[in-house]
Design a protein around this ligand. Sequence first.
Ligand SMILES: [Mg+2]
Length: 148
Amino acid sequence: MKTIYVDMDDVICDFTGAYKEALKNNPDIKYPQSQLDFFRSLKPLPDAIKVMQYFLNFHNTYIATAPSIYNPLCYTEKALWIKDHFGTDVLNRLIIVPNKSLLKGDYLIDDRIDTHKQNEFEGTLIQFGSKEFPDWASIIYHFVNKVK
Ligand SMILES: [Mg+2]
């Protein structure tokens, strides 16, 4: 069993899709993510919920998300999102952390490598959306076949 941290925005939920949509509807807004309900209403990315269920069941898994400094409500909305999609118990697995190098563990799955010190994480950084790991299917394949 490994200790795995999984990012939320653009890994479990579609931040960029909602950001673009909000900007289309309101082109003058400076920070679309600052709006009420922005974080709670994000759509899950394909396969994210299913694969997260696997990780939560078979590994020591946490959701590690950086807060948006443009929306202090995101602390609550991110928690509600996890409750909506995974249930209350998984709130015990939610960490809101602006500096991911503070986390202790084996793997960090994140779409960004240098916005929140992801590349200083002590374990292995798996970049979601990279050539090697373009989607959840490639990540689950890796964990099932190559991680003991
Ligand atoms: Mg992200």
